[in-house]
Design a protein around this ligand. Structure first.
Ligand SMILES: NC(=O)c1ccc[n+]([C@@H]2O[C@H](COP(=O)([O-])OP(=O)(O)OC[C@H]3O[C@@H](n4cnc5c(N)ncnc54)[C@H](O)[C@@H]3O)[C@@H](O)[C@H]2O)c1
Ligand SMILES: O=C(O)CC[C@@H](O)C(=O)O
Length: 539
């Protein structure tokens, strides 16, 4: 029975859903770090977190159990995705559940900063009735710059529009026409908007590009008195530049919900005039927390029970329908990977996969992953799966390119693989007969029809009389029974290739006897999964 570890406080609705989920057990262990976190992550099949826990490469090191981590929220920057991918762990998030709440928090901070809500209340608590000190600014008619026009950026835009603000936006993935429909003037870069703004808000992820997006140079370029809001991620604004901007009077205010290091209880900005801060409360509403928790539980249980992948940030999405439709070909791809590795045991440097016919318009990324898993399986065993196979291949410097070709060829659907390494190469074509009969239908240009399972003997030879008999005798004397045989040749009496499927193993002496035949130029034994056996990650 799959088990789930809850690593951060989750809403009651989320916990109730976990409680009710049939076939799943769960445990809540919050506040974990270091060895305790590492140990716990290795005791469960799935984990749910918010932004509290830090899932580091060390905490995932050597993990052989965990299959998925779901972030109840948007930002997955507290999860080391590279380490998760490498360990074959799917990382998913719940991107939309807290959009409205975070947009509302942005507007709340914008207004609170403009009307000095926090310091005015503080002065009342301290016994002062000070109406002059807290003269505010109206936001209506002011210009708001929005960097990042994704879910939250756009939700902020519609709310700011209702407050009669003028909007300027920047997002490299937004067209001017689309922005215009929402009343946003799109500019080509952040620098272009700075001198025109009364307010600036950022709604991007924290990336190498957005870290320090607003630093001393950008603060200098702002209109005097500009006010800045950040409800996205700490680090997008350079805090030292904000402190300087406030001290010099260049900035009229700063409102932050997020900080480079969290929790953050000491910060030079805290207590400065014009500053209002909250402890990462953007998503902290009952509605948002219920929604993200419920979505997180649904995503995780669906993955653990059916293999369905939705909202993954480190692998392609895979719904149960696609999975069911492609299952047979995933098996073919995996078996082709195993066969290629067996035919080029000294190493593969590059692979090209071509999908033909009905496969050409399918979601084929998973086939590449299955092929890669097949290639690496002998060397890496259970460590490799659909999630990490391609990244493990890349880590080893093995190139994998894929292409689709809608021309049908001889089969309704097929995939061909060209592999090269150590100066040798092979081209194989695989297909599926019926729903679950993987077949090898071409090898190095020779057409044949061989089973893609069990112990396979692949041999090249001259098309001369007596080969089959000689092989039959050599294997028979070694106690090996031939289950199936296929031969392809270029022309009668020319070069040929044979593929045998045999019961049991082929001993070294039987293989030597085959190789000793003067018309046989090569013979290789490759071990594939038995017919009907699916890899552990496909079930
Ligand atoms: N404070 C909170 O509690 C809270 C809650 C939810 C989300 N967030 C954070 O808010 C941010 C936005 O979330 P979202 O759901 O809107 O994400 P999103 O993916 O929908 O939008 C992000 C947008 O940023 C744009 N972008 C990326 N790099 C950019 C760049 N260099 N310049 C300009 N635009 C760029 C992308 O094109 C995208 O449109 C994230 O950092 C998320 O982690 C914070
Ligand atoms: O879990 C939280 O409250 C933070 C949420 C927010 O930062 C997110 O990225 O979704």
């Amino acid at each position: 029975m799959p088990s789930v570890l809850v690593l951060d406080p989750l809403s009651d609705e989320g916990l109730a859903l976990l409680e009710a989920a049939e076939g799943v057990t769960y445990e809540v262990r919050t506040g974990l770090s270091g060895d305790a976190l590492k140990k716990s992550l290795n005791e469960f099949d799935g984990a749910i977190c918010r932004s509290g826990v830090k899932i580091t490469p060390e905490s995932l090191e050597g993990n052989t159990r965990l299959k998925a981590i779901v972030r109840a929220g948007v930002g997955t920057d507290n999860i080391d995705k590279k380490a998760a991918t490498r360990a074959g762990i799917v990382v998913m998030n719940t991107p939309a559940g807290n959009t409205v709440s975070t947009a509302e928090q942005t507007i709340a901070l914008l207004l609170a900063m403009s009307r000095n809500v926090a310091p005015a209340y503080q002065s009342l608590i301290e016994g002062r009735w000070d109406r002059k000190k807290f003269m505010g600014t109206q936001v209506s008619g002011k210009t708001l710059g929005i960097v990042g026009l994704g879910r939250i950026g756009m939700a902020v835009a519609t709310r700011a529009k209702a407050l009669e603000m003028n909007l300027i936006g920047y997002d490299p993935f937004m067209s001017a026409e689309h922005a215009d429909k929402f009343g946003i003037e799109l500019v080509e870069n952040v620098a272009d908007m700075l001198p025109r703004l009364d307010y600036l808000t950022v709604h991007t992820p924290l990336t190498d590009e957005t870290r320090g997006l607003i630093g001393p140079e950008q603060v200098a370029a702002l209109k005097p008195g500009a006010r800045l809001v950040n409800c996205a991620r700490g680090g997008i604004y350079d805090e030292a530049a904000l402190v300087e901007g406030l001290k010099s009077g260049k900035l009229g205010g700063v409102a932050l919900d997020v900080f480079p290091e969290e929790p953050c209880t000491e910060n030079p900005l805290f207590g400065m005039d014009g500053v209002v801060c909250t402890p990462h409360l953007g998503a902290s509403t009952e509605e948002a927390q219920n929604q993200v928790a419920v979505e997180a539980v649904e995503l995780l249980t669906a993955y653990l029970m059916t293999g369905a992948i939705r909202c993954a940030v480190n692998v392609a999405a895979l719904d149960p329908k696609t999975l069911a439709a492609l299952k047979g070909y995933i098996d073919v791809a995996h078996r082709l990977g195993r066969l290629c590795e067996g035919l080029l045991p000294s190493g593969i440097e590059s692979c090209r996969l071509t999908y033909r016919g009905e496969l050409a318009d399918k979601e084929t990324k998973i086939l590449a992953s299955a092929f890669a898993a097949g290639l690496l399986e002998r060397a890496m065993g259970e460590e490799v799966n659909l999630i990490n196979a391609e990244s493990l291949l890349t880590e080893r410097g093995i190139q994998l390119v894929t292409e689709s070709c809608s021309t049908q060829g001889a089969f309704r659907a097929s995939m061909s693989v060209e592999v090269a390494g150590g100066g040798k190469s092979h081209t194989l074509i695989g297909t599926l007969l019926g729903q679950d009969m993987p077949r090898l239908v071409s090898i190095d240009g020779y057409r044949l029809e061989a089973f893609l399972d069990g112990t396979m003997l692949v041999f090249t030879h001259k098309d001369v009389p007596g080969i089959i008999g000689a092989i039959g005798i050599a294997l028979g004397e070694g106690g090996v029974n031939i289950a199936q045989m296929a031969v392809g040749r270029d022309k009668p009496g020319g070069d040929a290739i044979g593929v045998l499927n045999v019961d049991g193993d082929i001993s070294d002496s039987a293989l030597s006897a085959v190789r000793a035949h003067k018309a046989i130029s090569s013979a290789t034994v490759v071990q594939l999964p038995a017919a009907g056996t699916l890899p552990h990650w496909l079930g």
